[in-house]
Design a protein around this ligand. Sequence first.
Ligand code: ADP
Length: 481
Amino acid sequence: MIVTAFAAAAFFAAALAVWQKSGSEEGWWHAGIQGLGLVVPVCCVIGAVGVIWLGWSLFRLTGGIASIAAWLRHDKPELIQSNPNATVKSLVEAIKTAFDRYSSQAEDSAEQVKNSQIQAHVSQRRQKNTEAIIYSMRDAVVVIDEYNKLSMANEAAGKLFAFDYKHSHHTPISELIGTDYSEFVDFLIQSTKNKARATRREMEFLQTGRQKTFDCVVSCVFDQREELCGVAAVLHDITREKEVSQMKNDFVSHVSHELKTPLASITAYSEMLADGEADDEETRNEFYTVIQNQAKRLNRLIEDILNTSRIESGLIKVSKETASLTMLIEEQMQMIKSYAEEKGIEVIGQKPIVFDQVLVDKDMISQVIVNLLSNAVKYTPSGGTVTIKTDVDEIERLAKVTVTDTGVGIPEDEVEHVFEKFYRVKANNKQAKGTGLGLNLVKQIVEKVHDGRVFVTSKVNQGSTFGFELPLATAEAVQVA
Ligand code: ADP
């Protein structure tokens, strides 16, 4: 009512001001009288609205009182009938209880709001953690929603499938990932249809001209109502594992072959000796030599296998002393000579150089030299040459041994792998049998045990140069020796 009166007064004053401004000659009072024709009806309308609003409020209030009275009449009739004071008291109590209930409800609601804010915060942090884990994973991760649109992906996935993983959200996965990977896309879409909890499949993709194998695990994501809300796929590159397992299989078959061949010779020749098939001393000696050589071959192979695992596990006993590299080379050249002659290959050595002393385990470095020499002979066709030499770099204090052959060489893309365990160059397999262990052992002995460095250069059908560098022994070390 007060508001309505104020509004009317304000309207009336404003109207007078307007008429006064609009140039009425007779002053405020006269202008007011002039304006009454319009102002009075407007004030009446505003007043009427106020009266209606007041009436409505009173009506609501009486309704409320009536309902409280009705409650008392029905639920607490004894209070009304017996004691009017008690009625008032219980009415007050009822209002107080209602007020308490409403205020506790308000507190509950405030608590709920606070809880949901905390929950929102926690779930935001969880999402951030999940994103951090997914983004830092080396495996490719792709998550799609129930409509087969991208929800999330990491850098590895972006690289693998060649898409912009940061700005491709909500794009249909079939548009995002090209037809080269249709097997993967189909697998994802199929999973959204099947709603299988987790499925796994091995997939092969051609990447930069190389066949790569991935272990792909796809899991469906369900919400609280157990309804599918997405599918997450993790792709783990198992190309290397596959290669290693293939290499191991090849190794087992090679080793067993390598072991069987000398064993077969030893058995055959010793049987012939036992059966008296070697009549004369010369034949018998020839048979003994074959048996000895094959036994040595067996021994070398077993030593290679054992030494590799001993060095890897750090269990090998190393006894270093100063030695001349040229002298060690000379000894090993003698060992290899008969094999080279058999194949019609010339082995060229070098004149001893003045100071080529190194602090080494002689047996191990001898094994390095013999492995490089025997490989050079093995992979060089008849009529070729193998040259071994030592260079000394006084400034860098390094001794460098190189073994150069005129053999079959190694394809460019395989050169970097030849020092890996069990690695054999496919193109050269028919040249000679082997285990793929010799060069790995060379690398382990030179780099792990002697702090040196191995190297290789090669050209197919022109030949290869394998070598190693070792630190020169200090003058004090030589004197002590
Ligand atoms: P393997 O027992 O097979 O000879 P290695 O570890 O000694 O094992 O050598 C690994 C591979 O490197 C060989 O299978 C061969 O293909 C290649 N290789 C090693 N030395 C030479 C060489 N001098 N010329 C050409 N290929 C070589």
